[in-house]
Design a protein around this ligand. Structure first.
Ligand SMILES: [Zn+2]
Length: 356
């Protein structure tokens, strides 16, 4: 029996462009949970879209319990222009003069940047939405009805710009699933988002009592980071193992930290100007007084400042700036709880977990 099936739907943009979106369903070999994986909502985030086709083929040859739905490229036209969304009502030619730079991370050629307010071009604000504005909303509405509204677990794959991947998670109940994936940090987000922010898939996907969702953020936008693809596939295998879709046990080679939402950890700012040299890595746990960074004068090369951790915590949000000015943000030493240790065998969730 063919266990993999392909599902496609055609859409038309406001400008009259026809295109289609595909998802794949792989049926397991025995009953079990429904896992849905979505990637490519944001067009500059290419890791999920690139690793998932291989995972689909692998799963089609693997014995597992349950059903896996995978949509690798939820927003093909946004991926085509390597931009967060597809501005179907605006002047598309503006993308021709656009280039991304981390030094203008939030710049938007159409004036809908993250700092400019809300835009319903952003597919990840349109899930389970009462209107379905635009083509992004129609795609989300279709995928929601087909593969999301009944899923037990939704993994939504994105990318940000950092040295390492991370997980974003709104709900406490999803932490036991998110820690299975194997990111070093799970950033807890607003447990009561407003309507706009609450339109994201990992919030909507966890509303019902037997549903859980979280967001995996790979660490490169507007480019490829193929070194993370196997990590991403392994994370999905680990989640499937932990929820008893695959046999085995889950062990991570590093600790997993939960970064608290209400957080009193302090942001560190440069006290001097000059080249910065970090003495820690992203998601290292530091103690108050540990050396986090050093700043050297550009002319004399003298050591001007040693930045000492203001509190115990996890090193987060390391700046991309190579040269600091006084008061530039360097990093954040966040309150965090260790929720898995290196080498620890994590307990699988109870076999009736999704029936409780
Ligand atoms: Zn994204």
């Amino acid at each position: 029996m063919q266990r993999k099936s392909i599902h496609r739907k055609q859409f038309t943009t406001a400008g009259g462009r026809d295109f289609q979106v595909s998802y794949f369903t792989v049926a397991g070999t025995r009953p079990g949970p429904i896992l849905t994986i979505i990637a490519g909502q944001h067009g500059m985030e290419h890791s999920g879209p690139n690793l998932l086709p291989e995972l689909i083929d692998e799963l089609a040859e693997t014995d597992f319990a349950g059903i896996v739905h995978v949509c690798p490229c939820a927003n093909p036209l946004a991926l085509e222009i390597d931009y967060e969304f597809y501005p179907e009502n605006d002047d598309l030619s503006k993308i021709d003069d656009y280039y991304y730079s981390i030094f203008r991370h939030y710049y938007c050629p159409w004036g809908y940047g993250r700092g400019d307010g809300e835009t319903l071009y952003n597919m990840n604000r349109l899930w389970n939405h009462d209107g379905t504005p635009g083509v992004a909303g129609r795609i989300a509405s279709w995928l929601w009805g087909e593969i999301c509204s009944d899923a037990n677990v939704i993994i939504d794959m994105h990318s940000l710009q950092a040295d390492k991947p991370v997980i974003f998670n709104n709900r406490e109940k999803s932490v036991p699933l998110a820690r299975l994936f194997g990111a070093e940090a799970i950033m807890m987000r607003d447990p009561a988002p407003n309507k706009y922010r609450g339109g994201n898939l990992s919030w909507q996907g966890g509303i019902k009592h037997n549903q859980y969702a979280f967001c995996v953020e790979f660490s490169c936008q507007h480019g490829l980071k193929e070194s993370e693809y196997e990590w991403g596939k392994q994370g999905i295998r680990k989640v499937m193992t932990g929820i008893n879709m695959l046999e085995g046990e889950v062990v991570h080679q590093h600790p997993v930290w939960k970064v608290l939402y209400k957080n009193s950890g302090q942001v560190m700012c440069a006290g001097k100007a000059g080249h910065i040299r970090y003495k820690v890595r992203l998601y290292d746990y530091v103690r108050k007084g540990d050396v986090v960074y050093e700043i050297r004068d550009l002319e004399t090369v003298e050591l001007l400042e040693q930045g000492l951790a203001p509190n115990d915590g996890l090193v987060c949000n390391i700046s991309h700036l190579p040269v600091m000015k006084v008061n530039d943000t360097v990093c954040w030493i966040a309150d965090a709880e260790k929720i898995a240790s290196s080498g620890e065998v994590l307990d699988n969730l109870p076999r009736d977990f999704f029936e409780q």
